[in-house]
Design a protein around this ligand. Structure first.
Ligand code: ADP
Length: 714
């Protein structure tokens, strides 16, 4: 099953979200602003409406007052006192021309009309009685404005403005002007109200007297119920209501405290909401345009950025291959910086790769110039480096060898063990070791032939992984030479053994015959003859000693017996027992320190100590010999010293005394064959050790033998 990669947002979509995130608060702010603005507009409009209503009410009151003033002035006319009603009518008619009224009527308290400017004087006039409010005029002696009523005679609505006429003591007449609603409507028109506002003038009972719209239809009708209640209760206020023709309006009204008449101005909601909608539409349009611009800009910037990123992707990829890249100028600064960084990095990488390539070439040249085969393998023991000498030794060309397991270069029967050895070496602390320590190493060439090799292995650790380098050489020739040498050595040994052995019996015979001659023919020989005979037997004895020593040396050329822990105290004690007589003869003192257990062959080590002790006792000067045998530890080895206080050895002879037959003295001075130290060196070497001397002439000698310590005490 292939897993699809999780969907990752594109830069463009992220930028679009950013635009939205920026736009949303702006839209919310616009909505709040519009709402706030709408409320303010409404409040402002209502305030304006209130002011206009107030001034309209004032105008109404002013009209009432001026009409009342004119009527008062007319009421004080002397013509009335004189009872000249005809003259009064004429005057009233003149006054009427300047009044915003339809007629002037003079009424007696009984309700009898006395003068009516509508009819010629003298025409019979009706007794109309007094309307309720006009009645109060007589009682209270104050002017009155009636509510709107229907005038039957005129067949129209009208209202009256009436003033009392008194003779100083009582009210004698009521003088009233009949005013048509149209007069009030004209006043309304003069107020210059906004066209669509619906204005209405109400009398004190809430009846419509005049109206800015559809006046004919609604004059005489009561105000809508909500408004009527408010008109009764308050002198001014605002409310949301519906006009009689069904228009929804925000209304402000003002009622005159003197006349009780009121003016209400209705602002059609639509006129305000129209503005609101206009603002909303404009806001939506602006937001839309802004969003579109934002999205377009985001898309544009996003595509430039992603274009820049894609531009960078190519060089970044090429960088992986170590190619030298150049990045063209990009859309934004950061991309340019990145581009420059990539270019610089590629240059650096290129230089570094070139350096690595040079280094590799040098390494390959060095490896190829090496005489020895060099094979490097990785942690899985597969070949990663393989030099020319390796190709010559194993027959595989490098291109075929690389990648092969190292075990393919080893005979099949050793492979498992070999892999384990390398792994074990990988886990140890040692960085390098010889290979084949446990036996002869064999390589396997391409043709399947086995050959002896000598090898060492080293390792380096990189990031927790081991890399092993095996350096090896084909030692076929050396092995052949060694075998030939061993063969000839064995032959020589055999020859020496046979020769020495065969020499021994004639020498013994010569020695024996010389002694018989000396004893049996003692009288027949003169002193010179006897002397010659003694020299003959001494020479025979010395020759016999020589053949014994040579035989011993020849014996040591053979195979080394198996090692075992050897307690040096025992070996030294055995040697001392053999030396008992010579020690006593020389008056020597021998001190033996604490001696270790070493790995070796007991008999050979006894022989070694015997030779060293014998020399220490033998090569003494005037003083009686003092011999000290001690040991000290030196790492895994023990160094055993045999020191004397004898004649010492000039340092220039320190090496050659270990060679066969090399003696520093004449036989007459110190007896010996010159083979003892050669035997010692052979024995030390056979135990895997070394022997050397530290000495100055006349200052005694210290012979030192380094031997491998036994792992476990015996
Ligand atoms: P040799 O049979 O002559 O002792 P070695 O091989 O034992 O033969 O010794 C070789 C020579 O080294 C001796 O001839 C002697 O000159 C010198 N030599 C050996 N041991 C000592 C010693 N302890 N002090 C001084 N010289 C020594």
């Amino acid at each position: 099953m292939t897993q699809s990669a999780p969907a990752v947002a594109t830069l463009g979509s992220r930028l679009a979200m950013l635009v939205l995130a920026c736009a949303i608060p702006a839209v919310l702010a616009a909505i709040l602003l519009i709402a706030y603005n709408f409320q303010r507009e409404k409040a402002h409009a209502l305030e304006q409406a209130h002011e206009l209503a107030q001034s309209a009410v004032n105008a109404v009151d002013r009209d009432f007052a001026s009409t009342q003033s004119a009527l008062y002035a007319l009421g004080t006319s002397d013509l009335l006192e004189k009872g000249d009603l005809a003259g009064f009518q004429q005057r009233a008619s003149r006054v009427l021309q300047n009044l915003k009224a339809h007629d002037i009527v003079l009424t007696a308290p009984s309700g009898q009309q006395l003068v009516n400017t509508r009819v010629p004087f003298g025409s019979p006039l009706p007794v109309v009685g007094q309307p309720v409010r006009v009645k109060g005029l007589f009682d209270a002696d104050r002017p009155v404005v009636t509510d709107l009523f229907y005038g039957k005679a005129l067949k129209t609505h009208l209202f009256g403005i009436a003033v009392p006429v008194s003779d100083g003591t009582r009210v004698t007449h009521a003088l009233a002007a009949g005013v048509m609603p149209e007069t009030v409507a004209a006043m309304l028109r003069q107020q210059n109200l906004p066209r669509d506002w619906i204005a209405a003038v109400f009398d004190s009972s809430g009846t419509i007297v005049a109206r800015s719209h559809q006046m004919d239809e609604f004059v005489g009708k009561k105000a809508s119920p909500g408004l009527r209640e408010r008109l009764q209760a308050e002198t001014h206020g605002t409310l949301d209501t519906v006009t009689l023709e069904g228009v929804k309006v925000y209304t402000a009204f003002v009622r005159s405290p003197s006349s009780g008449w009121a003016v209400a101005l209705g602002i059609p909601r639509r006129s305000l909401t129209n503005q609101l909608w206009l603002a909303v539409v404009v806001a939506i349009a602006v937001v839309g345009v802004l969003l579109a611009t934002g999205f377009a800009t985001a898309w544009h910037i996003g595509s430039r950025i992603s274009g820049s990123i894609f531009e960078l992707a190519k060089p970044a990829f090429a960088l992986g291959y170590g190619a030298k890249v150049t990045v063209p100028p990009l859309y934004f600064h950061e991309a340019n910086v990145l581009g420059e960084t990539l270019s610089t990095a590629s240059a650096l990488l290129h230089d570094a790769s070139a350096a690595v390539a040079r280094h590799d070439a040098r390494l390959t040249a060095i490896m190829d110039s090496a005489m020895d085969a060099i094979i490097t393998v990785d942690d899985d023991q597969r070949v990663i480096l393989y030099n020319r000498a390796a190709a010559a030794v194993f027959g595989w060309p490098p291109e075929e060898a690389v990648g092969r397991p190292l075990s393919q270069f080893i005979p099949a029967r050793f492979r498992d063990a070999h892999v384990r050895h390398v792994e074990a070496f990988g886990q140890r602390n040692r960085a390098r070791r010889g290979m084949g320590e446990s036996g002869e190493l064999l390589g396997l060439n391409r043709d399947g032939q086995e050959f002896p090799i000598e090898a060492s292995i080293s390792k380096i650790n990189e990031d927790g992984k081991n890399f092993y380098t095996v350096v090896l050489r084909d030692i076929t020739e050396r092995v052949k030479a060694r075998q030939a040498l061993e063969r000839s050595n064995a032959d020589l040994r055999q020859f020496a053994y046979v020769a020495s052995h065969d020499l021994k019996s004639p020498l013994r015979s010569i020695g024996g015959i010389a002694q018989i001659l000396e004893h049996s023919y003692h009288g027949a020989l003169d002193a010179k003859g006897i002397g010659l005979l003694r020299r003959l037997s001494a020479a025979a004895a010395r020759l016999e000693q020589l053949t014994d020593d040579l035989l011993q040396l020849a014996d040591l050329e053979g195979e080394v017996p198996a090692f075992a822990p050897v307690d040096c105290r025992d070996a030294v004690q055995e040697a001392l027992q053999l030396m008992e007589q010579p020690i006593r003869d020389a008056g020597a003192t021998v001190t033996v320190g604490d001696l270790p257990v070493v790995m070796g062959v007991h008999g050979e080590l006894t022989h070694l100590f015997l030779n060293l002790i014998a020399n220490a006792v033998k090569y003494h000067g005037q003083q009686a010999p003092e011999v000290r045998i001690t040991a000290e530890r030196a790492g895994a080895e023990w160094v055993i010293s045999v020191a004397d206080n004898g004649i010492g050895i000039d340092p220039k002879h320190h090496e050659r005394i270990f060679e066969v037959f090399n003696r520093l003295h004449k036989v007459g001075d110190y007896g010996g064959t010159g083979i003892g130290l050669a035997i010692c060196r052979t024995i030390a070497a056979r135990q895997g050790g070394r022997i050397w001397v530290e000495s100055q002439e006349g200052k005694g000698s210290t012979f030192k033998v380094a031997l491998r310590g036994a792992a476990v005490p015996a």
